[in-house]
Design a protein. Structure first.
Ligand code: ADP
Ligand code: MG
Ligand code: MG
Length: 246
């Protein structure tokens, strides 16, 4: 089974159809780029997968199972974790508290030592270096560390699909390299990854497949590494506009 199979996904805002019959299949352990100009519908697709737009139509399967994205909690339970550009961590909580947030039994019932121990267990189980002390406040941590925390949390919750919305936008070069190592590691664990980016070189470097969206529809899905930057740019813009820009 693929990690994610979307077919005929349609989402309207009032009279305007923002996603119009989108098909997208992400194989297990595949890194699948989603590209398109501003307004193409990428974020709307991501938010639908995250359970934020329950009034969509179309079919979504995660790991071969039919799922309906009714709300964020349920979308996560059904195996889709979205790493948004705006991080969802609570800045006044510690790293450990953030990692355990939302679990059964977490929160007021925990005493501090037990909480740090459980968070350490979780990090060990997932096997990803966080780059932050568990007892540190989340406030002031770098975007890169925030991102790693969210990924650790997603894996601990057994995510089958990880959706990353412009994950490198706020990273330094060294952090970007570290993220790509992590992405390869996740793929080796058979997590399917949807990788949204405006950087076409980056897409060709890290992704296996690329899907190009324009005006709410998919205009192409093809291997990423053998696609050229100009080919992808033309697909994003459409022949006419691409020609005008040359
Ligand atoms: P992208 O992420 O590819 O830039 P978006 O999904 O953000 O594209 O937007 C796709 C289209 O949907 C745009 O025309 C945008 O104006 C419209 N849109 C996005 N969110 C809403 C909303 N909440 N209400 C109405 N229109 C929206
Ligand atoms: Mg946008
Ligand atoms: Mg967007």
């Amino acid at each position: 089974n693929p990690s994610l199979a979307i077919s005929g996904l349609t989402k309207k805002f009032g009279a305007s159809t923002v996603l119009d019959g989108v098909d997208l299949v992400v194989g297990r352990g595949r890194v699948h780029a989603l590209i398109g100009q501003n307004g193409a519908g990428k974020s709307t697709l991501v938010k639908t997968l995250a359970g934020l737009y329950p009034d969509y139509s179309g079919d979504i399967q995660v790991d071969g199972r039919d799922v309906t994205m009714r709300n964020p909690r349920q979308a996560r339970r059904d195996g889709v974790a979205v790493i948004h550009q705006e991080f969802s961590l609570v800045s006044t909580l510690t790293v450990a508290e953030n990692l355990l947030l939302g679990r059964e039994g977490a929160g007021w019932r925990y005493d501090g030592a037990r909480l740090v121990e459980d968070a350490a267990d979780l990090v060990r189980r997932v096997g990803i270096t966080l780059g932050a002390e568990l007892t540190a406040p989340t406030e002031g941590l770098s975007p890169a560390v925030h991102q790693r925390m969210e990924i650790v949390k997603a894996l601990a919750e057994n995510a089958k699909v990880l959706v990353m919305d412009e994950p490198t936008a706020r990273l330094s070069e060294a952090e970007r390299v570290a993220l790509f190592d992590l992405v390869r590691d996740l793929a080796a664990r058979e997590v399917g990854i949807v990788f949204i980016s405006h950087y076409l070189d980056e897409v060709r470097e890290i992704c296996d497949e690329v899907t190009v969206m324009r005006n709410g529809t998919v205009v192409a899905t093809q291997p990423a590494r053998s696609s050229t930057v100009s080919e992808l740019a033309t697909l994003m813009l459409g022949e006419e506009l691409a020609h005008d820009l040359q």
